[in-house]
Design a protein around this ligand. Structure first.
Ligand code: TRP
Length: 334
């Protein structure tokens, strides 16, 4: 009886020692379990499309069993379109030793990869990953960085413009020249203009404050105006829309969200799908896949989007054939 008791006490002591050992080992900085998966999620700025992408990423993670605050921690940070904020945020993720960094937009991906060559980075909606130098090759990224691309076809968008508003001679382009994503698309637009003997008037801005005057200037000179998937324009799209509607100039854009927010029309990708694909890549990496070997995913399917309220304000009749195919974002959600 006595020996039994002694043995029991000894066993308890061993268990206690083991438990304290485990607890001490787990006592990370914030009192969080060190084994908890942590995702650093950085978004360049707030606009309709990026918000939708972020929500789709989080929804898909959740649907696949990765629930923020339960079995994973998502540290979401928004840089308010400031390069210096991007840097501070990404440095914070590295100091925190997050398991994966998710970077929404080209500028966010570029800054994140400048801060770490160790932590896997999954970018989302980078228009031209090779031109942006976030991957060496679309099929063989080669480093710690891979993700999804929302590359658009400028030819298809201009084709839509020819169908709806034929006969234009002068195209205006409004974009932020420090966004590599926009510069790539504008290069395509230059080629299109040259091949079709059209005049191109470019208005490169450096911040959202310049949109109003840039738009007014283009509205006076151009038959149509185009903006690619430019984050700066998208973040202040209402200002541009107002100028172009008042001037009666159709404003063609790179993304459905911009049409939802009042621009005229686009031919673009499905960003909910893109966000979900991004989340799937994150999950693969959490399960030990190597980003170096994971091809960048591009969105093959594109669709037409129009805004019938804007068409009415511009006094444009959209051909029935287009109406039959397009999604009217004045009537439907993204
Ligand atoms: N493609 C943009 C980039 O590379 C990001 C983006 C996604 C975007 N959706 C958009 C920009 C809609 C403007 C509008 O940074």
């Amino acid at each position: 009886m006595k020996t039994m008791k002694k043995k029991g006490i000894a066993l308890m002591a061993v268990l206690l020692l083991l438990m304290t050992g485990i607890l001490a080992g787990c006592g990370g900085s914030g009192g969080e379990d060190d084994d908890t998966v942590k995702i650093g999620l950085v978004q360049l700025v707030e606009h309709t499309s990026l918000d939708q992408i972020r929500e789709s990423i989080i929804d898909q993670l959740e649907e696949e069993g990765y629930v923020d605050g339960e079995n994973i921690v998502i540290d979401y940070q928004n840089a308010q379109n400031e390069q210096s904020n991007l840097k501070t945020i990404c440095q914070g993720f590295v100091a925190d030793d997050v398991d994966v960094i998710v970077a929404i937009t080209t500028p966010a991906a570029q800054v994140a990869m400048g801060e770490t060559s160790e932590i896997p980075i999954v970018f989302s909606a980078v228009t031209d990953p090779v031109a942006a130098e976030v991957v060496a090759d679309m099929d063989q990224p080669g480093g710690n960085v891979t993700g999804t691309s929302d590359v658009i076809s400028v030819d298809n968008i201009m084709g839509l413009a020819e169908d709806i508003t034929p006969g234009f001679k002068t195209i205006g382009a409004i974009y932020n020249s420090s966004e590599t994503n926009s510069v790539s698309a504008i290069e395509d637009l230059r080629e299109y203009a040259e091949e079709n003997s059209l005049e191109l008037v470019e208005s490169a801005i450096t911040s959202a404050n310049e949109i109003q005057s840039a738009a007014q200037n283009l509205a006076q000179k151009c038959d149509i105006v185009f903006s690619p998937t430019d984050n700066t324009v998208a973040s202040a799209i209402a200002t541009a829309n107002q100028v172009f509607v008042e001037a009666g100039v159709p404003f063609y854009v790179g993304a459905d969200s911009m049409v939802k927010d009042g621009a005229f029309a686009t031919y673009g990708v499905d960003y909910d799908y893109l966000g979900r694909e991004t989340a799937d890549m994150v999950i693969e990496i959490l399960n030990a896949a190597d980003p170096a070997e994971m091809p960048v995913r591009t969105m093959e399917e594109m669709a037409m989007y129009i805004n019938s309220d804007t068409a009415a304000e511009l006094g444009i009749d959209i051909p029935q054939e287009i109406l039959d195919q397009a999604t009217d974002l004045a009537r439907e959600d993204l």
